[in-house]
Design a protein around this ligand. Sequence first.
Ligand SMILES: Nc1nc2c(c(=O)[nH]1)N[C@H]1C(S)=C(S)[C@@H](COP(=O)(O)O)O[C@H]1N2
Ligand SMILES: [Mo]
Length: 505
Amino acid sequence: MTGMTQTGQRAGRITAAGAGIVAAAVALGVAELCAAFVRPQAAPLIAVGGAGIDRTPEWLKSWAIRTFGESDKAVLLGGLVAGVAVLAALLGLLGRTRPRWAAAGFAAFGAVGAAAALTRPDAGPADAVPVVLGACAATGALLLMLRPPRPVLAGSQRRAFLIFTGVAAGTGVLGRVLNARRDVAAARDAIRLPPPADPAKPLPAGADLRVKGLTTFTTPNKDFYRVDTALTLPQVDPSDWTLRVHGLVDRPFEITFDELLRRPLTERDITLTCVSNEVGGPYAGHARWLGVDLADLLREAGVRAGADQIFSRSADGMTISTPLSAVLDGRDALLAVGMNGEPLPVRHGFPARMVVPGLYGYVSATKWVVDLKVSRFATDRAYWTRRRWAEQAPIKTMARIDVPRAFGEVKAGRVPIAGVAWAQHRGIDAVEVRVDGGPWRRARLAPVPSSDTWRQWFLEWDATAGSHRVEARAIDGTGAVQTERRADPIPDGASGWHSVVITVT
Ligand SMILES: Nc1nc2c(c(=O)[nH]1)N[C@H]1C(S)=C(S)[C@@H](COP(=O)(O)O)O[C@H]1N2
Ligand SMILES: [Mo]
């Protein structure tokens, strides 16, 4: 280290670490741009993130959903970027003395990314190209930036930094713009949904009790919960979309979106619930769906004896298994194209998805659906059921307290207690509330259009000063009382009574 000052060394290290990070940014930018010509799922963060999601153990996935809620994807991507930055900085440092090792490091990055891209659903050999080109560009960039003279940012080196920062930003932005052009928002805006041949009954007056803080009966699309494994939203153009119906059927067929819209459409009020919802959790929402009768479609294909599941597949490669008996038992199972008076939002499955009243979403609500295979549970195993989740998953009876908020403070006197309760397809017959373990009192129930929706409930309570525990439980349409037994979401849905502790002043 002759002649090198301490500060010179430190500057050298910072420069090298920075070069590593800029090189990684070049990799991501070049790959993003390249992915625009292959497919968006081949971009490295999306491919690696997606592969990571599919390989994450269930307990960790549940924890992430519980902890980060709907920001889980943003947190994952942020974590990936941070991880890449740290590793890239280390490779930059290594590159000061061992440029070949640093190059090998970027090659290893590339190999991991390529493996991820190649194993994504529906991937072809071309999916590896963005990652590989990105890794090559990063290696070249790093070696050029670390060319001597090293410790001090000499003119040529500074220029290399600027150039590669520009390359990273330019390719990244251009790639994003080109990828965004696959956006189907315009195609969605152009769709005019025909009116239903079989319209939903108008919502009964009073379905919304209009209590402050109480969940609205209908969930606006923009507020509707979203749960899926898609890191980038599948952009499915309705003019390219077809649905294939096949498997254990006499007459397999394929139907286009236009043909679908020419069929008689049914409109129904149905409340969706996610199996990952904890007791008291937010992953339930209500919408008015418009779609084709799913049982009709299957009957047209002629379901053969021995079939017990619908194995559906989405444009992003998700597979979901639905008990066939539920779809064929006369309930309003839909292949939905509309949600609350508009075409399905892209995040909720545009152009078509399944909706089956009474079943948790992971066994019934395939978004961006493109393929329905009538089959047997014994032959085809779907994404979630391969991961320890139950095959049969009727929605469990649940009462949720929305008002007062947990750990909230209210003034002594008449206090409204209100919430929603659901037991889709069995219906809600009663909701009972008790305070501090006292006697159960029946809440007033709002009217509902059918047993396939949640139901608002309300009770007035004479609150006295102090800390109180409020508990609620529902009784479903079969007379069964919601179980007090606590269960985790996995394997077939959380159970137990929702309770909140509040302070009365
Ligand atoms: N293609 C696809 N469809 C999917 C999923 C998914 O991950 N991918 N998740 C399912 C789950 S677990 C639920 S709860 C519902 C949620 O529907 P929403 O996001 O419209 O509320 O979609 C279902 N359909
Ligand atoms: Mo779900």
